[in-house]
Design a protein around this ligand. Structure first.
Ligand code: PLP
Length: 438
C-alpha cells in the first residue's frame, strides 16, 4: 500500500499537534503504524490522501450509521448553512429534535442538547449528585464516559491503550490520567462490568453516599461486551432500593442497538440517559435527558448549572433531525441486524478455517472479534486477549482494503451503507488475514 502522502502529512502534523492528532486513538498507537490521513468518505467507503480506498468499519467511531455523506443529511446541512451558522438563541429545530428523542426513549421526558458526549455525561453525574445530595458515582471498569475528571478512572479503550503503552494497568479508584486530582477520582467507585455482587458490595460499603450508577448498557469501549442476562434489570432494582440515580450512557448504543437504544432492546429504563454520536449525524451534537423532576433541576429552571455557546447549533441540529428521520424508516434495524450478523458469522468462520481462536461479541450492528477462545464478559477478560495478534490482523486487513478501528479495545461499526458485497469482500480479506496472522 502506498502511503507517502499520509506519512508526510503525519510528520508535518506532529510538529504542531501533540501526537499529530486531535484525539489520541487516531494516532494508530494501538497498532504500531502511522495513521492514514483522510481525504473523503462516501457510503461505506473511506479514501485517504494517497488515493487508497477502504471499506470503513470505524464510521467516525459510531456516528455514521447511515454511511458517510448521506445525501439527505448533506441536503439538510446545506439548507441550514444558508440560514446562518450559529445564533446563540433558541430555534424550533431544537424543540423538534428534543421531541424526536423523547419519542424514541420512554424514560426521557426532557432533554438538553450539548456538543459532545463528554459534556452530556459530565452534566448527568452533576444532576445525579444534586438530585440525591450524595457524591459518589459507581462506574464499571472498561466503560468510557468521556474525558471529564471524575470519569477518567478505569476508562476503557483510548485510555486503556495509552495505559498499556505505558505498561501500567487500569487503577480502579485512581486517576487514569495525570492531571486528574486523586480527590476527584476517589469519588468514583470502579467495579467490574457484569458483576452485580460488586455493585451490591459498593452500596454496602458506602451506605447512603452513592448518587448514581453510571453504565454503558452495552459496553463498547473495551470492544463490544453485552450485558449479561438480568444485569441491567438488577442495576435498575438496586438503584430503586438505594434511591440512587441510574444513568445509562447510550452515547454509542443510543439509536444504534435499537431506535430506542439499549433501553428498548433490553426493556430497562434509566433515570438519566446520555446520547451522542449518531444523534449528531456526524456533527458535534450530544444530549442528555430523563425524568422531568431531575431535568428541571437544571438552570434556568433549577440551580444546577450547565451551559454551552454552541449547544443546539443549527447546522448540527439539522443534521441530527435528518438522521433520526431516516432511522425511523421501516426495516432500518432489521437491516443493521442482518448485516451485523452476516459479518459476525463470516468472521467467525474465517477464523475457524485459519485455526485462529476468536470470541465474537455482537449486539446488532456493533461487534468485536477478540483473539481468545474464552468468553469476554468484562475488562479483565478483554485484557487477556492476544493484542499482538490483533495488530497483525489489523495490518493485514488494512492492506486488503478494510479499515478497522486501530485498537484491540474498539468496536466495529456496521452502517446501513454496507452492502452484501462489502461484507463478502471483508470476509474474504479476513480469511487471508487470519491465515497471515495465525
Ligand atoms: C459511551 C461513550 N460515552 C461518552 C463518550 C464521549 O463522547 P465524546 O467523544 O463526544 O465527548 C464516548 C466517546 O467515545 C463514548 O463512547
Amino acid at each position: 500500500m502506498v502511503n507517502h502522502k499520509s506519512t508526510a502529512a503525519f510528520s508535518h502534523a506532529c510538529r504542531v499537534l501533540p501526537g499529530g492528532v486531535n484525539s489520541p486513538v487516531r494516532a494508530f498507537g494501538g497498532v504500531d503504524i502511522e495513521p492514514l490521513f483522510i481525504e473523503s468518505a462516501q457510503g461505506s467507503r473511506i479514501r485517504d490522501i494517497d488515493g487508497n480506498e477502504f471499506i470503513d468499519y470505524v464510521g467516525s467511531w459510531g456516528p455514521m450509521i447511515l454511511g458517510h455523506a448521506h445525501p439527505a443529511v448533506l441536503d439538510a446541512i446545506h439548507r441550514a448553512v444558508d440560514k446562518g451558522t450559529s445564533f446563540g438563541a433558541p430555534t424550533e429545530a431544537e424543540t423538534e429534535l428534543a421531541e424526536r428523542i423523547i419519542g424514541a426513549f420512554e424514560s426521557i421526558q426532557k432533554v438538553r442538547l450539548v456538543s459532545s458526549g463528554t459534556e452530556a455525561v459530565m452534566t448527568a453525574i452533576r444532576l445525579a449528585r444534586a438530585f440525591t445530595g450524595r457524591d459518589l458515582i459507581v462506574k464499571m471498569a472498561g466503560c468510557y464516559h468521556g474525558h471529564s475528571d471524575s470519569l477518567l478512572v478505569a476508562a476503557g479503550s483510548g485510555v486503556a491503550e495509552a495505559e498499556r503503552r505505558r505498561s501500567a494497568g487500569a487503577n480502579p479508584g485512581l486517576p487514569s490520567s495525570p492531571g486528574v486530582p486523586s480527590a476527584l477520582a476517589a469519588l468514583t467507585i470502579v467495579v467490574p462490568y457484569n458483576d452485580l455482587d460488586a455493585v451490591g458490595a459498593a452500596f454496602e460499603a458506602h451506605r447512603d453516599r452513592i448518587a448514581g450508577v453510571l453504565v454503558e448498557p452495552v459496553a463498547a469501549n473495551m470492544g463490544v461486551v453485552p450485558p449479561a442476562e438480568g444485569y441491567l434489570e438488577s442495576l435498575r432494582l438496586i438503584c430503586d432500593l438505594q434511591r440512587a440515580v441510574l444513568i445509562f450512557d447510550e452515547v454509542i448504543s443510543g439509536f444504534r442497538v435499537a431506535f430506542g437504544g439499549a433501553q428498548e432492546r433490553y426493556g430497562v429504563q434509566a433515570d438519566l440517559t446520555c446520547l451522542g454520536k449518531i444523534i449528531g449525524g456526524g456533527l458535534p451534537l450530544a444530549a442528555f435527558g430523563g425524568k422531568a423532576e431531575i431535568m428541571d433541576m437544571l438552570a434556568p429552571n433549577g440551580k444546577v448549572y450547565q451551559a454551552g455557546t454552541l449547544s443546539g447549533n443549527p447546522i448540527a441540529t439539522a443534521a441530527a433531525n435528518a438522521t433520526l428521520e431516516l432511522l425511523t424508516q421501516r426495516d432500518t434495524y432489521d437491516r443493521l441486524e442482518a448485516t451485523g450478523a452476516a459479518l459476525g458469522t463470516g468472521l467467525t468462520q474465517a477464523a475457524a478455517e485459519a485455526d485462529v481462536r476468536v470470541t465474537l461479541n455482537r449486539v446488532g450492528s456493533i461487534l468485536s472479534c477478540f483473539f481468545t477462545d474464552r468468553p469476554v464478559r468484562n475488562f479483565a477478560d478483554v485484557q487477556t486477549t492476544d493484542i499482538a495478534r490483533f495488530k497483525r490482523f489489523f495490518t493485514a486487513m488494512l492492506e486488503r482494503g478494510i479499515y478497522l478501528a486501530p485498537s484491540a479495545y474498539e468496536a466495529m461499526f456496521v452502517s446501513l451503507a454496507h452492502t452484501e458485497q462489502d461484507v463478502e469482500r471483508t470476509i474474504q480479506a479476513a480469511r487471508e488475514s487470519f491465515k497471515a496472522c495465525s
